[in-house]
Each structure stands twice: as structure tokens, then as C-alpha cells.
Design a protein around this ligand. Structure first.
Ligand SMILES: Nc1nc2c(ncn2[C@@H]2O[C@H](COP(=O)(O)OP(=O)(O)OP(=O)(O)O)[C@@H](O)[C@H]2O)c(=O)[nH]1
Length: 945
């Protein structure tokens, strides 16, 4: 564009000392994006070098080999303001003006790149943080913040306290204007502010006070879940009939919430990736819309310096035509026409049809067939002037159908699309704003406070000053923000005055090279072959609609050209600024929201982890003595039970043994209930006696068993007491059925004891004699017999007695008396002996029985049997008790282990969430510092100028 510079290319302004001091500078080829038509300065070139180093995508080519004098951005670079060069008169000041604007643009670009890098880094850090959170979430399921609903005032439904909205840093500021207009229009629509990531949602951080105020404006019947207010991005969307979301979250398991959160984090990470992609994207889309026949296509062609889009006096554009750089289509110039109902994908030819450029005219009028088209062209302008491909911001132009009742809505929807960075509104200088135009701008102003306005066909206006005043007045009403910046945003131009290369194909010089494009024009802005400077109807220009009433002469043409150049420069700046907002702001807003959510989540979970840690620590402290006690109880009860079993067993043994021994020893002395039937029944008597004795002993055994039972019952209840003492409620009581003891060996004794009464059992001479001595009234015969008997029994003594008797009675008498005496004695003896059987026999039998039982070890074996059974009966509940105690100890041990595990986990979680809170706040404050709103100092300088 330097060739179009009215001040001559390479002439630095007088005031631009930096340029004049450096012989390289002013006259050199501009190696950076030139804004406007001004010449380029050395400092601008240096800035370009900075941009190139700035890791961004700026700076197409530096080519500045000599860097010794280059300006290096120091710590103060982010506040670098180009020096206000003293303005010289005439051309010099104009050149300096251009230079300053160029610098401003570059400084803005520098800021843009810094912001972009900062946000990109923040996105990476956030993604990493979120991935770590996901990992943590699997180990320690994160808690979702609980929601406390405040009690509702009587007669009013739940109206939760408004939560703090997260900072919304998106785009179009001037909320005040926007809000008040909205408020008046929609008083009853208290929409909740959500994560605004789309274009046009401009919101700033809201204080709790503001929020409360806003809440009071909101109709109280509108219940917004507080949950949604606390979270904006990581909000868990749950739908369940009849239940508010908050309650559903409460009713969910901790792990279920955790997995929902995990899902949400995944979505969030995906979104962050797409935002990163978006901020790294250098392209920007500009939608050109306006009234029918306002000259939109002519304006687009003028921007391209090539007649690509069909222009007509009658409305012709009925579809959206997007003009893109042919490099995006492997360098091939062609039109891709997209039929209705298809979503365009350049790599899928089934979604469009290919046509040559010259057929574009037929396509744009065929709105019935096509919904839109993509026009790939090679920009004929040099890279430093190119709009489509300038290495800094690649702009795609979209020519929209003229606004009328049919297209108004579609265009409004199109303009709201996320990828549309800027809307350029073309209005006819002659017709001013039509109703459709007003409606469109008024609605668009809600989304986009600023709009770029092109008042076209200015050449047709005779009283241009009045026209300007009238239009600006209308702009003030329609878009106050735009009006405030009207010097930058409202341009009065004549698009048809801009020389363009004719036809769909490349111009004579060929569109390919960066330098060749400019060769299509001469210094005066004419087309080659243009003979008449004053002829606006020549082939190289627009304006075939008739000659303008003004603007004859070279000066006028240059003026129009200059106006258009100004417009272009402003448009570039505007696109750049808007791009910063449309591309970076969604990333910033989303990051602010997601990091806000993360920090809320982290601090809530930190608190939960802390309280869990405190709780389990306390639990462990309480558990320790219980565990020790239980261990002690186990060994104590073990000992007690063993002692009890042993004591009871021993007692039963001793009792049985003593009782049985005594019973056996004295069995004969008992009244066994057996009558002596006389000598003839003596044998039966002996049998009966034997049975009676055995029964008596058996009864004694039974008695001992009964005592054993009693002791066992006592023992069992003792064990139960121990169980209740040590295990409490967890002790399982057992029903003890004592009657089931001693079931076997009942008749064993009869089988074991085998003896028959013998003859000698009936006669116990020794005892008879013993007994006889005690009897006082004994007859003589008996005495004699007794004496004799005694003597006889006494051994040698009886001979002596016989001799004594012989001596008394005399030998003859003796002889006569001896026989009857002997007979008498025998008879007496026998009858006495027989009479003693009931006394003798039981003793004899008892002695025999005793001997046999002793031989059988009867007493010991029975005492052992009974005591063993008692021990066995006691052992079962004792074992159960031991098991219970052991289980108790093990349970406590397990509980202790689990609690310690929870303790260490919650400690890890506490630390992790503490770090996460800090980390997310740090990243968030870094993101917050990314200033997308304030104009860069360079821009301010440009505005000052
Ligand atoms: N005098 C003059 N005529 C212009 C200017 N700009 C465009 N025209 C003419 O106005 C007519 C309409 O121009 P277009 O560019 O087709 O208008 P449009 O807004 O694209 O039309 P639709 O898209 O069909 O609504 C053409 O004949 C142009 O030559 C201008 O600045 N001055």
C-alpha cells in the first residue's frame, strides 16, 4: 500500500526521528502487517521482530538482518507506549499519524500474543490439575458441596441466597447500557448467569452485594438451585422426576457423585482443548451485512481489490458467500456451493459442489438451491496489505444477503455464531438506516456493543456534512457504544471508487505474488489502461451505476482512496481487538469459571478431608483403649473360663468319687428293702441282695450325675456372665439342655459286675462267734459247744479243754455224754449259723462287690466319666466365648486398621485439596490478570491521535 501513499513511499515523517536516524528504516520494504496506507518505520519493524520472537503466530517475515539497534522489550515492554511524535505540518504529520497507528497495532498484537500465551499456559496447567483431580477422585471420591437452603420466609417458596457469580470477562463491555436496556425490556427474566463462552456474553465479576441486589429484582418465585449458583462449569446436571437437583445429589452415593464429577471433568478437559485450539487459530471471520443494495458486495470487492463478488443494481446476493484464502483450498481458486441441509466439510465433496469463480454470479442468486458458498481466491494484494492472508490475522469475509423481512432472522442467527468475530454493517449513505437495518442493529447491540459501520455510496451525497450528522445521530440511538468510538468505527466511503482487478480470475499482473498484486495499480489508484483519470466508469473501477455528483478530479479520487484506507486500518484494528475478545475471552471466561469451581470444590473437599481426618483421629484415640481392653478381656476370660472348667470338673470328680466310695463301703448297712425269706429262700435272698446293692450303687451314680448337671448348669451360667461382661450385646447366648448329659452307660454296672453268692457267703463263722460272745443268755450246751468249739477252734487249747471236761465228768460219763453233746453242739451251731444269714450275707456280698468294683476301678472311672462330661459340656460355651472374644479383638483390630487407613487417606486428601485450592487460585489469579478489556497503550495512542 505504500505505493498508494500520498506522501510518497519511503519518506519518513519529519517527526519520526527514529526513522531518520537509521538509514535502513524508512525506505526499507515493510516487513510487517501494515495498518492503513502509511509508510513504515524502523521502530515498527523492530516491533515486528518482537512479535516474531514472541512465540505467537505473528510476523510473517522479518528479514531484518541488522539487529544491533533493535529495540528489545524490557520489563517495561507491556506498558510500552509509542512516543508521541511532534506532528509536523502537512504530509509529515499525516505520515507520523500513520506510523503511530501502525505501532499501536503492533503493540496491540504484542499484547494479544502475550495474553494468548498466558491463557494457553493456564489451559495446560488447568488440564493437568484436572487430570490429577480425576486420579485423586478414584482414590478418594470427591465430595460434592452440600447445599444449605435457607428457611423460606412465610408464604414464599424457597428463594436461595444468590451465589457469587464467577468473573465473566467476555467481550463487549458497557454492560451498564446493555443491562439497563434489557432490564427495561425484560423485567421478569432473571436468567442465571452461566459460564459464558460465546461471543457477546460480556459479564464482569459480581460482588455478593450486587448479587443480592440483583436477587431482589428477581421474582422470588423463581427458584434457582443454589447448586447451580455455586458451580458454573463442573455443575452436575441431574434430572429426576419430582426431585430438585440438590436433593438428588444428596441422595446419591459419594462414589456416584464422584463418577459424575469425573465425567464432568472429562467434558471440561475436552472443552479446554477446543478452547486452546481456538486461541491458537489465527483466522478471524468478518460478516458483512446491511440493507439490500447498500453495496456490501462492492465493499467486499474493494477490500479484496478484486471484483470477485457479483455487484448489481438490483438485489442479487441471496446466500452467504464466504471469501477465503485459496491456500486453504490447496491454492486452487474455486467456489464450493453448499446445498441446503448439508454441513460443509471441505474434505468431503459430497457436502458441496465445485464451480469455477466465474459461475459465482449464478450461484449467489440461486438461494433456493444453495444455502451458502465458499469462495476460495488468491489475494492479489501484497502480504502486508492482504486482508485474507497477512500473516498476523487471517480474515475471512462473509458477504451476507441484503436485509429484508426474509433474511433478517437468518442473518441475526448467523451473526451470533461463535466464529463470527466482527460484524460490519454497510448502510447506504443515500438511504440511511431502513427499518430492517434498525431492527438488526438494535438486536445485535445486545450481543455486540460495538459494531463496525460502513456508510457506503458517500460519493452520491451532495451535502456530505449533513449526511454525516444525520447518520451519526441515528448510530447514537441504535448503538451508543459504537457512536462513542465513531471516529474509529463509523466510516463514510465510496466503495466503488476503489480500483479493483476485474473478473473472477486473477488480474493481469497475476494474483499469486505478494508484490505482483500492487503492480495492477499505478500510484494514482488507477487500473492499467485507464486513460482518463476522471472517468469513474472505466473498467478498472466499480461505479458502473453512474457518475458521482462529486469527486471529479485526482484530488477527490485520492481523498476517497484515503478514506477507504483509513477504514481498512480501523477495520484491522477492530478485528484484532475483537479477535482478542472473541477468541481469548471465551478461554479466559471458561478458565475463570472452571478454576473457580475447582477452588470451591477443593476447599469444600479440603474441609471434608480435614473433618474426616479429625473424626478418625478421635475414633482411633477412642479405639485404642477399647482394643487393649478387649485383648486383656480375651486373655482374662480365657483364664477364668479354664479355671472354672477345671474347678467344676475337679469338684464333680471329687464329689462323685467320695460319694461312690462311701456308698460302696456302706452298701450293706443300708436298708436295701430285701426281706430274708428264711433258710429255704436264702439263695434267692442272696440274689436279691446283690441286685439291690447294684441298684443302690447305680442310684448313687445317678445322684452324682445329677450333681454334675447342676454344677454344669452353674458353670454355663458363669461363662454366660463372663460373655455378657466382656462382649455385651454381641455375646450370643446358647441354650443349654442339661438333660442331654449322661445319656449313655446307664446299665453298664449290671453287665460289668459278675458274681454269684457262694455257700461260704452264707456262713461267716468268725463273725458268728464274735457275735455269740456278746450274747448273755446262752445255754450250757451252747456254752460247752462254745467252749469246745472255741477250744477246738483255738487250736491246741481245745485238747486241754476236753481233758478238763473229762476230769469233771469222769471218763465213763464223758464217753456217754460226748456223742449227744457233740450232736447238740452241732445242731445248735448249725441253727445259730443259719439264723445269722441275714446279717452275714449282706456284708459278705458287699465285701465281694466292693472288691469287684475296686478291681473294675469303678469309682474312678465313673468320677472321671462324669467330670469329663461336665468338662465337655462346659467346654462348648467356653469355646464360643473364646471365639467371641477373639472375634471381638479381630474386629477391633480390623476397625483400627480401617480407621488408620481412612486417617492416612484423608490426610493425603487434605493435603492434596489444600494444594489444589492454592494452585487453582494461583492459576485463576494469573488468568484474571490477563487484561482483554482495556485498550493497549498503543491503541490509546492511536485514539488520541
Ligand atoms: N455510486 C456508488 N455506487 C455504489 C457504491 N457501492 C456500490 N454501488 C453500486 O450499488 C449497486 C449495488 O451494489 P452491490 O454491491 O451489489 O450491493 P449489495 O448490497 O451487495 O446488494 P445485495 O447483496 O444484492 O443486497 C451496484 O450497482 C454498485 O455499483 C458506491 O460507493 N457509490
Amino acid at each position: 500500500m505504500s505505493s498508494d501513499n500520498p506522501f510518497g513511499s519511503g519518506n519518513a515523517s519529519p517527526g519520526a526521528s527514529s526513522s531518520s536516524n537509521n538509514p535502513r528504516g524508512a525506505g526499507g520494504r515493510p516487513q510487517y502487517m501494515t495498518v492503513g496506507s502509511g509508510s513504515t518505520s524502523e521502530s515498527a519493524a523492530r516491533l515486528q521482530a518482537i512479535l516474531d520472537e514472541d512465540s505467537g503466530y505473528g510476523g510473517s517475515m522479518t528479514g531484518d538482518e541488522n539487529t544491533e539497534n533493535a529495540w528489545h522489550p524490557g520489563p517495561s515492554q507491556d506498558r510500552y507506549t509509542p512516543a508521541h511524535t511532534p506532528l509536523g505540518a502537512g504530509e509529515g504529520s499525516a505520515a507520523s499519524e500513520h506510523e503511530r497507528k501502525a505501532l499501536a497495532s503492533h503493540v496491540h498484537q504484542l499484547f494479544y500474543n502475550q495474553n494468548r500465551t498466558a491463557l494457553g499456559r493456564a489451559i495446560n496447567q488447568t488440564v493437568e490439575t484436572m487430570k490429577k483431580l480425576q486420579e485423586m477422585n478414584t482414590k478418594w471420591p470427591a465430595h460434592y458441596p452440600t447445599v444449605q437452603r435457607p428457611p423460606s420466609p412465610p408464604g414464599q417458596r424457597n428463594a436461595p441466597r444468590p451465589g457469587l457469580h464467577h468473573t465473566q470477562s467476555t467481550m463487549d463491555n458497557n454492560r451498564g447500557v446493555e443491562d439497563s436496556s434489557r432490564a427495561s425490556e425484560e423485567p421478569a427474566r432473571p436468567m442465571m448467569r452461566r459460564a459464558g463462552t460465546s461471543l457477546g456474553e460480556s459479564q464482569s465479576a459480581e460482588s455478593s452485594g450486587d448479587a443480592t441486589k440483583r436477587e431482589t429484582k428477581i421474582a422470588p418465585r423463581l427458584v434457582t438451585p443454589q447448586l447451580a449458583q455455586q458451580f458454573s462449569v463442573l455443575k452436575i446436571e441431574l434430572k429426576m422426576e419430582g426431585l430438585p437437583q440438590t436433593e438428588i445429589v444428596h441422595s446419591l452415593e459419594k462414589t456416584s457423585v464422584a463418577s459424575l464429577l469425573d465425567n464432568q471433568i472429562n467434558n471440561s478437559i475436552r472443552h479446554l482443548f477446543s478452547l486452546r485450539e481456538r486461541i491458537e487459530d489465527t483466522s478471524s471471520k468478518v460478516l458483512v451485512t446491511g440493507d439490500l443494495n447498500a453495496g456490501k458486495s462492492t465493499f467486499c470487492n474493494a477490500l479484496l481489490r478484486r471484483k470477485v463478488l457479483p455487484e448489481d443494481q438490483q438485489p442479487c446476493t441471496s446466500i452467504f458467500c464466504e471469501v477465503l484464502d485459496a491456500r486453504e483450498n490447496t491454492g486452487v481458486e474455486e467456489v464450493h456451493a453448499i446445498p441446503h441441509g448439508f454441513v460443509y466439510n471441505r474434505n468431503d465433496e459430497s457436502t458441496y459442489q465445485v464451480y469455477p469463480l466465474k459461475q459465482l454470479e449464478e450461484i449467489v442468486i440461486d438461494g433456493d438451491r444453495w444455502s451458502q458458498c465458499k469462495v476460495y481466491i488468491r489475494d492479489i494484494r501484497p502480504v502486508d496489505q492482504s486482508l485474507l492472508n497477512n500473516g498476523v490475522v487471517d480474515i475471512a469475509l462473509i458477504d451476507a444477503p441484503g436485509l429484508n423481512n426474509d433474511s433478517l432472522k437468518t442473518t441475526a442467527v448467523f451473526a451470533r455464531q461463535e466464529e463470527i468475530d466482527v460484524v460490519v454493517f454497510v448502510v447506504s449513505a443515500a438511504n440511511h438506516f431502513t427499518l430492517s437495518a434498525k431492527e438488526f442493529i438494535f438486536n445485535a447491540a445486545r450481543e455486540k456493543a460495538y459494531m463496525f459501520m460502513v456508510v457506503n455510496g458517500f460519493d452520491m451525497i451532495r451535502d456530505q456534512k449533513r449526511c454525516q450528522e444525520m447518520i451519526l445521530k441515528q448510530v447514537a440511538h441504535l448503538s451508543p457504544a459504537t457512536f462513542k468510538e465513531s471516529s474509529e468505527l463509523v466510516h463514510f466511503v465510496s466503495s466503488n471508487a476503489i480500483p479493483v482487478v476485474q473478473g473472477g480470475g486473477p488480474g493481469p499482473g497475476g494474483p499469486g505474488g505478494s508484490g505482483s498484486g500492487s503492480s495492477s495499480f499505478d500510484d494514482s489508484g488507477k487500473n492499467p489502461g485507464d486513460n482518463d483519470d476522471d472517468d469513474d466508469n472505466d473498467t478498472g473501477k466499480h461505479g458502473d451505476s453512474g457518475s458521482p455528483p462529486k469527486g471529479k478530479g485526482k484530488g477527490k479520487e485520492k481523498e476517497k482512496q484515503q478514506d477507504f484506507d483509513e477504514l481498512e486500518a480501523s477495520l484491522r484494528r477492530f478485528v484484532l481487538e475483537k479477535r482478542a475478545r472473541s477468541k481469548l475471552a471465551p478461554a479466559k471466561t471458561y478458565l475463570m469459571n472452571v478454576l473457580g469451581d475447582l477452588s470451591t470444590l477443593a476447599s469444600v473437599n479440603k474441609d471434608v478431608a480435614q473433618s474426616e481426618y479429625d473424626r478418625v483421629t478421635k475414633e482411633l484415640q477412642d479405639l485404642e483403649p477399647v482394643f487393649e481392653k478387649s485383648k486383656k478381656a480375651r486373655s482374662q476370660a480365657d483364664e477364668d473360663v479354664a479355671t472354672q472348667i477345671e474347678t467344676t470338673g475337679q469338684e464333680v470328680y471329687d464329689l462323685t468319687r467320695g460319694t461312690l466310695n462311701s456308698s460302696i463301703a456302706h452298701v450293706a448297712e443300708n436298708d436295701l428293702g430285701v426281706e430274708y425269706p428264711g433258710i429255704f429262700g436264702a439263695y434267692n435272698y442272696a440274689d436279691d441282695l446283690k441286685v439291690a446293692m447294684l441298684n443302690h450303687i447305680t442310684e448313687t451314680v445317678r445322684w452324682c450325675e445329677a450333681r454334675g448337671r447342676e454344677k454344669t448348669v452353674q458353670g454355663v451360667s458363669g461363662i454366660k456372665q463372663l460373655g455378657l461382661l466382656h462382649l455385651g450385646d454381641s455375646y450370643t447366648d446358647l441354650t443349654f439342655r442339661s438333660e442331654k448329659m449322661f445319656r449313655s452307660k446307664r446299665d453298664a454296672l449290671v453287665r460289668q459286675v459278675e458274681f454269684e453268692p457262694e455257700l461260704w457267703d452264707f456262713f461267716d463263722v468268725a463273725s458268728i462267734w464274735e457275735r455269740q460272745e456278746k450274747v448273755a443268755s446262752t445255754s450250757m450246751a451252747v456254752t460247752v459247744a462254745g467252749v469246745v468249739g472255741t477250744r477246738m477252734i483255738g487250736g491246741v487249747g481245745w485238747v486241754d479243754g476236753a481233758l478238763t471236761a473229762t476230769r469233771l465228768v469222769g471218763a465213763n460219763n464223758m464217753r456217754r455224754l460226748l456223742i449227744p453233746g457233740l450232736i447238740l453242739t452241732a445242731v445248735l451251731g448249725i441253727s445259730y449259723t443259719l439264723s445269722q444269714i441275714p446279717h452275714t450275707l449282706p456284708r459278705r456280698l458287699s465285701a465281694k462287690l466292693s472288691a469287684q468294683l475296686e478291681a473294675l476301678d469303678y469309682t474312678h472311672s465313673n468320677a472321671t466319666r462324669i467330670s469329663t462330661e461336665v468338662r465337655r459340656a462346659l467346654k462348648y460355651p467356653a469355646d464360643k466365648l473364646r471365639e467371641g472374644l477373639q472375634r471381638n479383638v479381630e474386629n477391633l483390630q480390623e476397625q483400627r486398621k480401617e480407621t488408620s487407613k481412612v486417617q492416612s487417606e484423608s490426610e493425603v486428601a487434605r493435603k492434596y485439596f489444600g494444594n489444589l485450592t492454592r494452585e487453582s487460585r494461583e492459576i485463576r489469579s494469573r488468568v484474571e490478570r490477563v487484561d482483554l478489556e482495556g485498550p493497549a497503550p498503543g491503541i490509546a495512542a492511536a485514539y488520541d491521535a
